[in-house]
Every structure is written in C-alpha cells, then in structure tokens.
Design a protein around this ligand. Structure first.
Ligand SMILES: *[C@@H]1O[C@H](CO)[C@@H](O)[C@H](O)[C@H]1NC(C)=O
Ligand SMILES: *[C@@H]1O[C@H](CO)[C@@H](O)[C@H](O)[C@H]1NC(C)=O
Ligand SMILES: *[C@@H]1O[C@H](CO)[C@@H](O)[C@H](O)[C@H]1NC(C)=O
Length: 340
C-alpha cells in the first residue's frame, strides 16, 4: 500500500487516533485518486490480471469463517422492494447449486479455497439470515464509522425482533439508502468491513457497510454502470437489473463478504506489512471483472440480448461482480475467466 499511504495517511491517522479504528476499505479505481490497492502494490507496471511475484498474501493465523455463514442485513433508510430483491438474490446465489455457468457460486469457490490453521475451508454455504429495517434513520442521515456500530447495536438489541447475535458465523451487513451520507463514502470508499467493539455493541461481530451511491457518486461506486463526469466520451454500460445504484452495490457487497469470510477479525488473510492497513483478497482485484482486466479496463464481460453487461449468473438474475485473489495460482480469478 505504499503509494496509497502517501496520500491517505492524514485521513487514516485521524481515523486511527480519534476512533481507534482501522477499518479495511474497499478502494475504487475512480476518480482522480487512483489509489486502488492493486496500483499501490504493483506500482506503475500494469500486469495481466494482477501479478504473482510482488503480492505476498499471507495467512496471519486468525480465524476465518468455516461454519455456514449467515448474512444478517440491516436496511437503513428508504429501500424499495425491488432493490431488496436484487440484493437478496445475489446473496442467495452465492451457494446456489443450479445456476448457469459462469455463476456466482463459481466465484465463491475461489473464496472457499482459503483455509484456517486447522486446514478447514471457508464455508460453502452462505445464506440470508434475519433482516432488520431501520426505516426512520435511527442515527440520522449522516453516519460515521462509529455511529455505524451504534446502528448495529440498535439492531441486535431492538425490543421487537432483534437480529440474533451470532459471533461465530454471522455477518452483519449494513446497507444505507441513496440519501445517507457516510464518512469517507465516495471520496475514498464505497464500502468497508470490520468488527464491532464490545464496548459499543456488547459483542465482537464481523460487519460490513455498503452504501447506495446513486445520488452522490454513481460514477465512483457504480462504475461501469455510471461514469465520472470528468472523463469525456466514456459511456456507461447498461446494468443487468435496471438499477444502477443497486447493481453497483452488488459488486461491493461481494467484495466485502469475500473479505469478511477470509479476514473477519482482520488477523487472517491479507497482504502488506501494515496490519492496520491490510490489503485483502478483493482489494487485490479491485476493478477486474474479466480476462485481461486491469487499470481502468474491466476485462472481458458478457452482453445480454437486452444490452446489459454482466459477468456471472445468479439464480434468476445476472450480476457484475469483481474478481478475487486466487491464492492457489497467485492471480485474480473469476468464474468467467477465458483461460481456465
Ligand atoms: C450447513 O449447510 C448445509 C447445506 O447448506 C446443511 O446441510 C447443514 O446442515 C448446515 N449445517 C449447520 C450446522 O447448520
Ligand atoms: C480447501 O482448500 C484447499 C487449500 O486451499 C483447496 O485445495 C481445496 O480445493 C479447498 N476445498 C474446497 C471444497 O474448496
Ligand atoms: C483524494 O484523496 C484526498 C485524501 O484522502 C481527499 O482529500 C480528496 O478529496 C480526494 N479526491 C477525490 C477527487 O476524491
């Protein structure tokens, strides 16, 4: 992360010092700040779908999610049924057995190849758990990294239908609607994951936040279904489920779930020297969705008859999801790779 540290150091320092937090960030390739993890690790030399020699992804002996994973979703703010459906179907597709190749389940098989000290693999099963609606913005329309933990606390301690506390195999996914501002959203991150503090929430629970960028920065967080204004001539691609913000969120959700599974307490699988700034299995493949991807090129994708762009199939829908680092072969891979 050398290059990124130069520009981002002040912000990170502030976060660390003020809040004792060092969340793992989902870097985006856009806009001006081209500080995605891959660029930083590889320096200026662009390599084919990542590279092997310079990446030292290591296992740091911490736990990974080997038991059946249950994703508990908190819908913060205003969500339409159609939007929830797209995201639920993506999560349900992760362990679906009958989707067409190349499938979301095929993508997850790369994540499953990671193991813990005992040789146990990441769980094959990822399912939807109970959900919580936080329709009335319990902590306002502007959230910080810390108030995100308070939102999770409210969800697990609610008087009616609290989310179950499942520290062993539960993941808590906080999704904010397109009118919610979140600290560092758009400028630096589209999502991040970390774990909750017992002092705030009462438990140590792995969680992720992902925001709907539709209003504030679709060109950053829903790329390539929206493009930044300052790049003339670049045209957005048609999104597969007709909702640019949500179709863009799907890839970020995939990014965060893959990293939560392999690095839930930020002491398992990551690259880089600095544990407070780990480069994880999805960070390494940021912006790569197909063969040949890298830099600002997405790689080879599919075009549906309806003109929509995608790279994998779910149960009933198609999705565009970024690739993840395959530690058996030492490069980024996905189910739609042409050479595998
Ligand atoms: C885990 O999931 C599998 C299949 O999805 C199921 O057969 C098994 O019973 C589950 N195990 C537990 C402990 O829930
Ligand atoms: C479990 O992990 C090992 C080592 O990475 C890998 O060879 C194997 O294919 C994985 N098993 C499954 C079921 O993914
Ligand atoms: C680039 O990063 C710096 C430092 O994190 C930030 O202040 C600035 O707003 C970023 N620029 C853009 C266009 O996001």
């Amino acid at each position: 992360m050398r290059q990124a540290c130069v520009t981002l150091y002040p912000a990170l320092l502030a976060v660390t010092v003020l809040f004792f937090l060092s969340p793992t960030l989902a870097w985006r390739p856009w806009p001006h700040n081209k500080t995605n993890a891959q660029d930083s690790i590889f320096g200026d030399s662009k390599k084919f779908e990542g590279s092997s020699e310079f990446v030292h992804l290591k296992y740091h002996m911490g736990p990974v999610l080997t038991a059946n994973i249950t994703v508990h979703t908190i819908w913060y703010g205003t969500w339409q049924r159609s939007q929830k459906k797209i995201i639920r179907e993506f999560i349900n597709s992760i362990s679906a057995v009958d989707s067409r190749h190349p499938s979301v389940a095929g993508w997850w098989r790369i994540v499953q190849m990671y193991t813990d000290q005992t040789g146990s693999n990441i769980s094959k099963t990822v399912r939807l758990g109970q959900e919580k609606n936080d329709r009335f913005y319990s902590h306002g329309k502007s959230l910080t990294r810390l108030s995100i933990q308070s939102v999770i606390k409210s969800a697990v301690t609610a008087r009616t239908k609290p989310l179950p506390v499942n520290a062993k195999s539960g993941l808590y996914l906080l999704l904010t609607s397109d009118d919610v501002v979140v600290q560092d959203f758009c400028g630096q991150v589209c999502g991040f994951h970390y774990f909750t503090f017992p002092s705030i929430v009462g438990y140590t629970l792995p969680y992720a936040w992902v925001g709907n960028s539709q209003k504030f920065c679709p060109g950053v967080c829903a790329y390539p279904f929206a493009v930044p204004d300052y790049i003339p001539g670049l045209k957005p691609l048609k999104s597969p489920n007709g909702d640019v913000g949500v179709d863009g969120m799907v890839s970020v959700i995939g990014h965060e779930i893959a990293e939560l599974a392999t690095n839930p307490l930020v002491n398992a699988w990551y690259a880089g020297q600095d544990p407070s700034f780990p480069v994880e299995i999805a960070d390494l493949c940021e912006g790569i969705y197909g063969t040949g991807g890298g830099g600002s090129y997405t790689g080879q994708l599919f075009n549906g008859e309806d003109g929509a762009t995608f790279n994998m199939n779910g149960i009933r829908r198609r999705f565009l999801v970024q690739w993840v680092w395959n530690h058996m072969v030492n490069y980024c891979s996905g189910p739609n790779a042409l050479d595998q």
